[in-house]
Ligand binder design. Sequence first.
Ligand code: IPE
Ligand code: IPE
Ligand code: MG
Length: 239
Amino acid sequence: MTAAVPNLPADRVPRHVAIIMDGNGRWAKQRMRPRAFGHHAGVRSARRVVRAASAAGVEVLTMFAFSQENWHRPEEEVSLLMQLFVQTLKREIKSLMKNQVRWRFIGEHSAFPVELQRLMRETEAMSKDNKGLTLLIAVGYGGQWDIAQAAARAAAEGEAITPQAIEQRLVTAGLPAVDLMVRTGGEVRISNFLLWQLSYAELYFCDTLWPDFGADELLRAFAWFAGRQRRFGRVPEAV
Ligand code: IPE
Ligand code: IPE
Ligand code: MG
């Protein structure tokens, strides 16, 4: 696929982009509206960003939608988010099928409402042969959980615990490492997102609250990424 990013050669477009979508609550508060209002706006933002990433030629997009720590939010907000995930999946699946998006859900899902679990499985099954963007939605996800479950499986299979053995059992096994991580909302932290997979990612933090983030700002992040020299431990001359 050719990159549709102005002035950006295709080989400078990140293959795997991961996003911490933060700031919905503050966005709503600025408007004196309940947090739910911000989460609804956040879904619209996610839709714009998926389309822009896909058009730019990104191969894998991982979006942090609900962390394991988010279970500690008030029950009302948690249940609203669950409803919103169900609604969004039902609404988006058709158009994203048309766009050849391949959906995957990563995280620990057993505590989720059964309807949501079923929808996630169906969406994955329905889209698994699509040839476009691979869209990973991290829900009930924790980076520490991911590494621990990979190590536990390796141990159960009698494998030595090596970086390769873990890598092959992470929920992202077989996908390229994250090239670019974007966090909106002004906080400069990882919040237990993809810990292993971010080991050599370029990190882009911006103050924009997630509902205000769109295609323009995504392309700004890509342009910034294109200007990085990725040395992977080498000396500059050898890169
Ligand atoms: C991110 O926005 C969405 C989720 C974590 C589900 P927040 O809800 O964290 O918004 P802020 O950080 O309170 O503004
Ligand atoms: C990170 O945002 C999780 C998601 C975006 C899903 P949080 O708002 O939960 O992160 P903290 O609590 O500020 O670190
Ligand atoms: Mg937040």
